[in-house]
Design a protein around this ligand. Structure first.
Ligand code: MD6
Ligand code: FE
Length: 218
């Protein structure tokens, strides 16, 4: 059934999952019941820890703007990528992870077969039209036993999901508002990225895409 048909009638069933690998799944619309709680919480946390464009160790400024909540936050500068308990811009601890964020991540991970996921870091990424994320692995975490849970809000995007080698062919996965992607187990270190965003404004978020990426970093 097409997404259009689903959208006209009902949310997808909560248990629906589309495999991208043995430990990787798209959960279409899984986050939709959480959206009313997520959006004000994102506004509150970005008031305390504003979005910023980080510089990579290679000296490039990221087109995606980023902030964090939770015990640890992911940052980058000329010295490298790392997790930090404090926001380097303010020196303050990152805003705490809202309970609804942690519940959404835990429930999505469980549907993908990863019970007991307790994230300690949530990256909040903001994409404007044209912003992109080149193929990379998420490998700054200590424990690859925990999955990555990635929540899409606002404008649609094309997610690239590659293999364990950078040169492996990547599949293109269209992601809509409310979709969740989970990857763990033998798929935990798969390369992934996001194609440059097209301008297709969303009724709730306008010309923005917000992505929440949950990890167990420590
Ligand atoms: C996404 N984001 O925006 C996926 N990884 O759909 C990521 O994979 C990501 O935004 C590492 C650091 C920042 C990110
Ligand atoms: Fe990533």
């Amino acid at each position: 059934m097409s997404r259009m048909t689903l959208a006209l009638f009902d949310d997808p069933p909560r248990e629906a999952r589309e495999p991208l690998g043995p430990g990787a799944f798209v959960l279409p619309g899984f986050a939709l019941p959480f959206v009313d709680a997520l959006l004000p919480a994102i506004d509150a946390l970005t008031a305390r820890a504003p979005f910023r464009h980080l510089v990579t160790p290679g000296g490039f400024t990221m087109s995606v703007a980023l902030t964090n909540c939770g015990a640890l936050g992911w940052t980058s500068d000329r010295r490298g990528y790392r997790y930090s308990a404090t926001d380097p811009d303010s020196g303050l601890p990152w805003p705490p992870m809202p309970g609804t964020f942690a519940r959404l991540a835990r429930e999505a991970a469980a549907v993908a077969g990863f019970d007991g996921f307790v994230p300690d870091a949530c990256l909040v990424n903001r994409y404007a039209p044209g912003a992109r994320l080149s193929l990379h692995q998420d490998k700054d975490e200590h424990d690859y036993g925990a999955p990555i849970v990635s929540v899409s809000l606002g404008m649609p995007a094309v997610f690239l999901f590659g293999g364990l080698a950078r040169t492996d062919k990547a599949v293109r996965v269209p992601l809509a508002h409310g979709d969740v992607v989970v990857w763990g187990g033998e798929d935990r270190l798969r390369y992934h990225g996001v194609l440059p965003l097209k301008e297709e404004p969303h009724p709730l978020l306008g010309a923005l895409r917000i992505n929440l990426t949950f990890r167990k970093a420590a």
